[in-house]
Design a protein around this ligand. Structure first.
Ligand SMILES: [Zn+2]
Length: 279
C-alpha cells in the first residue's frame, strides 16, 4: 500500500524591505521583491539625483510617494509605505527647506505615511544641521516616527555624533521611536547605546556588504537592528536583503534569526506607527 508523505515543506521566507527608493525603480522590481518573499516596502523621501528647483517639485514627489507608488506596489500584492521630508542633500537652501517642511503636515494624513525621513546630514554643514533641527521639531509636534540618514565615509562618525546630539536635546521624541540608518562597524554601538534602532544598508559598491552586515549582527546582537537595500537610481540591488539572508543561513544561524532581522524587527519598529498594518 502506498504511504502518504506527510512532511511539510518549510514556509517561504517573508520579509519587509524597510528602505527602498521605488520611484527610481522599474515595475519589474516590485515583481522581483514579491517573488523573493517581500510583503511590504517602505520608501523614505530622498534626493532625486538632481536638485529640485522649487517646493512644487516636492509637492509632486510627495503625491507620487503617497498615491502613485502604493498603487504600483499593490499590483504585486505588496504594501507600500513612505516617509516624508526634504533630504539632507537639498537642505543647504534653508528657505527652500522651510517651504518644503510646510507642505508636509497635510500629507501626514495619508494612510501609508510612517513618519519623517530620511532626514539627517550629508556634509555636516551648519545649514543641514538647522534643517535637521526643523525636521526633528516637526516630528515631535506631529508625534511621528523618525528615520535618519547618516553621511558616508569620512563624514559618518562626526555626522552620527552631531545627529545624536540633536536627538538627545529633543526630549519630546522617545529614542526608541527613531531609527538611524546606514550604520557601520564604527557607529552601530553609538546609535544602540543612545536607545535608538539601527539600520544597515547593503550596497554593492559603498556602505555594507552582506558579509560585513552579518559580522555586525554576530558582534552586537540582532535586537533593534534591521537590514535594507536602500535601492535607488544608482548602482544598487533591490534583492540585497534576501541575499543577506542567504549569508546568515550559510553561516549556520537558525531560520528564526533570519525571521527576526528581516521581518520581526522592522515590524516591531514600524508598528509604533498606527499606519503600519500588515494584511
Ligand atoms: Zn535612502
Amino acid at each position: 500500500m502506498a504511504r502518504t508523505i506527510t512532511a511539510t515543506p518549510s514556509p517561504p521566507m517573508r520579509y519587509i524591505e524597510p528602505h527602498a527608493h521605488m520611484v527610481s525603480r522599474v515595475t519589474d522590481d516590485y515583481e522581483r521583491l514579491a517573488l523573493a518573499g517581500c510583503v511590504a516596502v517602505c520608501e523614505p523621501a530622498f534626493w532625486a539625483g538632481f536638485d529640485r528647483s522649487s517646493a512644487a517639485g516636492f509637492y509632486d514627489y510627495f503625491r507620487q510617494l503617497t498615491v502613485t507608488e502604493p498603487l504600483r506596489a499593490a499590483k504585486y500584492g505588496l504594501q507600500h509605505y513612505c516617509w516624508l521630508c526634504i533630504n539632507p542633500k537639498e537642505s543647504e537652501d534653508v528657505k527652500l527647506a522651510t517651504e518644503v517642511i510646510e507642505l508636509i503636515p497635510p500629507f501626514i494624513k495619508n494612510t501609508n505615511v510612517l513618519g519623517i525621513g530620511e532626514i539627517g546630514l550629508n556634509k555636516n554643514s551648519r545649514n543641514e544641521l538647522k534643517v535637521l533641527e526643523m525636521h526633528v521639531d516637526l516630528a515631535a509636534r506631529l508625534g511621528q516616527l523618525v528615520l535618519v540618514h547618516t553621511p558616508h565615509l569620512e563624514d559618518k562618525l562626526k555626522g552620527t555624533r552631531l545627529i545624536l546630539d540633536v536627538l538627545k536635546n529633543e526630549r519630546r521624541l522617545p529614542p526608541e521611536r527613531i531609527i538611524i540608518d546606514h550604520v557601520e562597524e564604527h557607529t552601530v554601538r553609538l546609535v544602540l547605546d543612545a536607545g535608538h534602532w539601527a539600520g544597515m544598508t547593503l550596497y554593492p559598491e559603498t556602505k555594507c556588504t552582506a558579509a560585513r552586515a552579518v559580522d555586525i549582527l554576530e558582534t552586537v546582537g540582532r535586537e533593534k537592528l534591521w537590514l535594507n537595500s536602500a535601492c535607488d537610481w544608482g548602482v544598487s540591488d533591490p534583492l540585497a536583503v534576501p541575499k543577506a539572508a542567504l549569508e546568515i543561513k550559510r553561516r549556520g544561524h537558525p531560520e528564526a534569526q533570519i525571521e527576526d532581522v528581516l521581518f520581526n524587527n522592522p515590524k516591531k519598529f514600524l508598528s509604533q506607527s498606527p499606519n503600519f498594518k500588515l494584511d
